[in-house]
Design a protein around this ligand. Structure first.
Ligand code: SAM
Length: 233
């Protein structure tokens, strides 16, 4: 049996047992075989949002970029294809996603253009003023105290550097049954408030309606946002 077929079989085998609460836990911090399967599923569900955020980022040659919460790291190839001579770092606090992302990006890691770390982003293991751009997609829902994370992002950005938050809007998230288990949800205004409170200057919000995505047998067409904020010069 081919690997994709095996994964599909695994997902359908697990589906009856995968309660919204379990799915929520896996989305927050994927682990084990189930985490691997959820990671693959996220690649399908979140590809549109990655493209959307990458467009908003207007990435240029020679930039230094950090992704927070890279999951299985399947979108780094796309990021590298956007511009020349990028230097990319990432951090994720799921041990299994860290290992899988390393496997999925061996060439970039060996070539020293990708630096993947395992850890919690409330303390970032990177220098102050290191990055031109920081982004995260579907991650802020899991931050218990966003101030800790935002202060760190602010610290590692260069003055004038930008932070891009890719999220699904609160009303859309509320329709998804797993979000009642520990998700902090935001709309444009409430996330903007967090950014400004933590010394970012707010720039703009890009808004889109995603094509239908399937989660656990149900279909959703979320409204999604990419908020752009700057560390002032
Ligand atoms: C819902 S998944 C999203 C993965 C990917 N960004 C995507 O959209 O497909 C959330 C990811 O963020 C990671 N994560 C959540 N909170 C984190 C934290 N405090 N520090 C580091 N990684 C975190 C999780 O381990 C997981 O891989």
């Amino acid at each position: 049996m081919t690997k994709p077929n095996l994964i599909k079989r695994l997902i359908s085998f697990l589906r009856p047992a995968l309660t919204p609460k379990m799915l929520a836990r896996q989305l927050r911090q994927p682990s084990g075989k189930l985490g691997e399967a959820v990671g693959k599923k996220m690649n399908e569900s979140n590809a549109y949002l990655y493209d959307f955020v990458f467009d908003a980022m207007k990435i240029k040659d020679n930039q230094n970029i950090l992704e927070i919460g890279y999951g299985n790291g399947m979108f780094f190839d796309k990021l590298f294809s956007i511009a020349e001579n990028l230097k990319v770092s990432g951090i994720d606090f799921s041990r299994s996603m860290f290992k899988t992302a390393q496997k999925n990006n061996e060439e970039a890691i060996v070539s020293d253009i990708l630096d993947l770390r395992f850890g919690d982003c409330d303390v970032l293991p990177f220098d102050t003023d290191a990055f031109d751009k920081v982004f995260c997609i579907n991650v802020v829902y899991f931050w218990e105290n966003p101030m800790d994370n935002l202060m760190e992002i602010h610290r590692v950005l260069k003055p004038g550097g930008k932070f891009y938050t890719g999220i699904r809007d609160k009303d859309s998230m509320n329709n998804m049954p797993f979000t009642q288990y520990g998700f902090a949800m935001y709309d444009e205004e409430s996330w903007k408030t967090q950014l400004v409170r933590n010394l970012f200057s707010f720039e703009e919000t890009f808004i889109t309606e995603e094509p239908p995505i399937e989660f656990n047998g149900e279909y959703f067409t979320p409204k999604s946002l990419c908020l752009v904020a700057q560390k002032p010069l």
